[in-house]
Design a protein around this ligand. Sequence first.
Ligand code: HEC
Ligand code: HEC
Length: 388
Amino acid sequence: MLPLVASLLVAGAGGVHAQQLLDWSPEEVRAVGQHGPWPPPRVRDPSNRVSGTPAGIALGEHLFNDPRLSGDGRMSCATCHQAGREWSDGLARARGAVELDRRTPSLWNIGYLHWFGWDGAGDSLWAQSIRPLLDPREMSGGATRAAGLLRGDVTLACGYEKAFGSKPGTDDEHLLVDTAKALAAFQATLVSPRTSFDDFRDALLAGDRERASGYPLAAQRGLKLFIGEGNCNLCHLGPRFTNGEFGDIGIPFFVRPGEVDQGRLGGLGRLAASPFNLLGKYNDDATANSTRRTRHVQRLHSNFGEFRVPGLRQVGRGGPYMHNGSLDTLEDVVRHYSEVSPDRLHSDGIALVRPLGLTTEQSADLVAFLRSLGAEPPARPTPPPLCP
Ligand code: HEC
Ligand code: HEC
């Protein structure tokens, strides 16, 4: 069936050219609407007392860029999460002291998640920020490093006092957690820019046909596939294009011969064993609300081989893709969904993906839509001095 097309003439910079708006049913308009508004309202993390505070954010930004937090003084968070590379590193697998088994995820819109890491081993942004500081394959700095730096560096000590209301104390583990809480406050400010998709969504919802028709036809067709036949928004849901949960789309999980990445199953084991999870003593939330998910999550065999559903904003500006960087381009990702064999799904949960068998044009449309979810972020100002 051919979609109905309404033609409009729009005067663009290069003269008058035809733009078109596909026909959108009320159900489709509703489905498109749930991928916004953008930017979303700011959220505060009740488990982190410096979340959303200017002094916590400022301290966090300085620490994020400080290589002295690592064992050899050479690696900072920004080594792998680079502002100019969509807060990732462009590598298939992260390179720390050794090459890791997973790709560095982008930190865009990270403050809106509830599980962290590809396997959900972290239940808060601050707990997740502790991991690279301790991991011998990553920064390997440890609590002594972080604590010594906060106590010994006059500027950081002053920034700490502004953020936390007292001078850095003598308990190293406590200072490690506070370092991570400041890092989390900063990371939660990383919200990706508005895109041509957002302009289209707002115009469509407002019934502004002229503005909506500025969105390229290929992207419109791709979006229809995304919310329709493709069923992509089963998992890539909401304003960030992720439900924040875990799924299995048949990406091979072998890391070395005979060794697999268990994904969510392993992550849940690590979450339960962590002294820094939300059930532990470092949660700043006096109510039980923030612990609900961690208390109720169950470790099921169907979690084997599941990985967190990535958000798709800025996705076309990044890559390689997937938890192990195994697909190079968006075209490869779309080919995967077009051809995936149900036999490749390893989790024994309900299979939610099936081979879509897309035509060449449909594949190109889907890629055009995914690319429309990205835009050039505004240049970042140099962080102001912590304690002038
Ligand atoms: C050697 C490269 C490297 C360094 C250095 C590094 N990271 Fe990461 N980061 C990764 C990788 C790889 C993952 C995925 C880990 C996983 O899934 O187990 C990750 C995951 C994360 C996540 C979770 C993202 C998500 O989508 O859930 C956060 C938050 C994060 N890092 C913050 C930090 C902070 C803060 C620092 C500095 C203290 C840091 N990282 C240092 C490579 C790095
Ligand atoms: C069953 C849930 C589910 C469905 C349905 C689904 N995805 Fe995904 N998607 C995921 C998961 C989980 C990953 C990460 C898998 C991994 O890393 O092993 C992912 C990864 C991706 C990535 C790579 C992102 C990155 O940063 O690496 C893109 C792009 C993507 N999906 C687009 C789509 C499109 C387009 C569709 C529809 C054709 C779709 N997805 C359908 C769950 C899903």
